[in-house]
Ligand binder design. Structure first.
Ligand code: NAP
Length: 299
């Protein structure tokens, strides 16, 4: 038996269409487009590719999309000044600072300088705290938010839900693993978090009905670690001989899983869609309008 593919590209495409419709309605009501400002510092080639993709998707969806490209020699004080200017700018609803920053710049201090109401990456501690406490007026980091959306989509199609499922999140970064675990917990899954110090990882994986892999190692999760009938979300983006590969050995895992996300075409396309969703949400909140609900998309 071969697993069902969870087609992130098509789920993201339909969400992007909905976002474009909502952005157009927002613009008619307020006389302005939702605004996203992205700061990129230095010339990291991977970051440049991600930022171009974000810029293009945002303008395709009818957003005011701006990229501030700055040299790697930018000082901490100069970057803070840029952030402060964007915090004050009426037309900017969402601010994103592309990570990693060049050496010498302190990422945490920069993230904390972003107005939490414009922190559409959801990395500010105020937004992390809201996620922890289940307060819904914050922002959820885009990649785990996208994974959750894919899981909702999959389980809704099966007439099932995450409630009560045994979930394993492999990885504990602030960007993916930890927020993913909190989101699954909020959906009433029983969540385990694994990391590099975890003992007997294969046995732990074999218990998981839902497995989210965010390790950053190509084909790390072996096929026989997958529980029969599990739902597998592969967050990994690894480059091997010029080819993109996930963290899960896809060809072996799909023989045991009930459903699995491919790499590419799984979680990746969802990340930018959720960034636009968060920006649209920020725009509504800042204009005193009720933000759209994602649930309508899943029904
Ligand atoms: P990260 O910060 O490097 O975290 C990796 C996590 O994996 C850490 O918690 C680490 O454990 C754990 N780990 C590493 N080696 C391990 C091992 N041998 N056994 C068990 N756990 C191990 O990475 P990240 O930012 O979370 O990203 C993870 C992956 O997702 C990367 O491939 C990244 O490119 C990808 N990603 C994709 C998207 C997307 O849009 N699709 C977005 C973000 C990230 P310790 O904490 O113990 O070190």
């Amino acid at each position: 038996m071969s697993a069902t593919l969870i087609d992130g590209a098509s789920v993201a495409a339909s969400l992007n269409e909905r976002i474009a419709d909502l952005a157009s309605t927002f613009a008619k009501r307020t006389g302005r487009k939702p605004g996203l400002s992205v700061c990129i510092v230095g010339d990291d080639p991977a970051s440049a590719v991600y930022v171009r993709a974000k810029e293009k998707r945002a303008s395709n969806a009818g957003f005011e999309s701006r990229v501030l490209r700055q040299s790697a020699s930018l000082s901490q004080a100069e970057l803070l000044e840029t952030i402060n200017a964007l915090n004050a700018e009426e037309s900017t609803d969402g601010i994103l600072v592309q990570l990693p920053l060049p050496p010498g710049l302190q990422e945490r201090a920069i993230i904390e300088a972003i107005d939490p109401r414009k922190d559409v990456d959801g990395f500010h501690t105020e937004n992390s705290g809201k996620l922890l406490c289940g307060i819904e007026d914050g922002f959820v980091p885009c990649t785990p938010f996208g994974c959750l959306h894919l899981l909702h989509h999959h389980f809704a199609q099966q007439g099932d839900s995450l409630a009560g499922k045994r979930a394993l999140v492999l990885g504990r970064s602030n960007i993916v693993g930890k927020p993913m675990a909190l989101l699954l917990l909020a959906e009433h899954a029983s969540v385990t978090i694994a990391h590099s110090r975890t003992r007997d990882l294969p046995a732990l994986c074999r218990e998981a009905e839902v497995l989210v892999a965010a390790v950053g190692r190509a084909n790390f999760v072996q096929g026989d670690w997958i529980r029969q009938g599990a739902v597998v979300v592969d967050v990994g983006i690894n480059r091997e001989e010029g080819k993109l590969t996930g963290d899960v050995d896809f060809s072996e895992a799909q023989k045991r899983a009930a459903a699995i996300t491919p790499v590419p075409g799984g979680v990746g396309p969802m990340t930018i869609a959720m960034l636009l969703w968060n920006t649209l949400t920020a725009a509504h909140r800042r204009s005193g309008l009720p933000p759209p609900r994602l649930q309508a998309e899943q029904d």
